[in-house]
Design a protein around this ligand. Sequence first.
Ligand code: KIV
Length: 304
Amino acid sequence: MSLTPIGAPRLKITVSSLRDKKLHHEPITCLTAYDYSSARLVDEADIDMILVGDSLAMTMLGHDNTLALTMDEMLHHVRAVRRATKHALLLADMPYGSFHVSVEESIRNATRLVKEGGAEMVKIEGGEKRVDLIRRILDAEIPVAGHIGLTPQSVNRMGGFKVQGKSLSDIEQLMRDATALDRAGVGSIFLEGIPREVAEMITAEITTPTIGIGAGPACDGQVLVFHDILNLTFEPSAKFVRRYGDAAGEISHAIRSFRADVVSREYPADPECYHLSPETRQALENLLERKRSLRGRRAMTGLE
Ligand code: KIV
């Protein structure tokens, strides 16, 4: 496995690149991004897949879970990420409620993410029970990613964000889900919040690339949430999160420094100001002087 050398031409990542990577045992990298500036940083760092996850309901919009997110809100963020994404495969979550409706409306919603948002793949939570719908979306020429295990849209059914696949019957169901998605022809399967042993079995059993989050190292790729790796969540993070930076600390320091500089009048300094040319400045001073002396004369003659 090699990183693209700096300056080397980068290939566009497609659905088939993901399969090639699995075949050649090259780890697949994926991060979420929800706006133009974060997506640019992710794309320029050579990450393979950018997921506009419905986690944006929590990270960007401050909800407690992902359920409230609407199609229009999702589209707004996908469009922004699209403008920044040149090389990575752009993947968008189908929000809760956007595929729990009729098949026709679900296909229409998936199509909107592609046509209006520029997504190249849509992600749908759920396994076996979503397979008929997924086949119909695939028939509409839209690549689909599956998502099984801890599926955040099932938070109410699960009774919280809890690790899944711990009992034998749950593991068997996860295997059936993964196999059904694999046979349906999805482009990748996200495995979230399951024991590493179960993720390893699934990854070895199917040809579809698996992308893990809290699912251990045997997955074909790993995904994390942008805000988690940068400490931007304001909450204690899950066990599987590794922090690679302290953006909250840096941003907070910058904001406090700006405030202090304004209050102490240290900002703006002269080099941060625009200036008149010496000729215009002289002309302005002459003008002001003429006005002052005119006012003085008027005051003396009692005209003012
Ligand atoms: O919405 C999201 O960020 C996700 C990842 C956690 C896989 O679905």
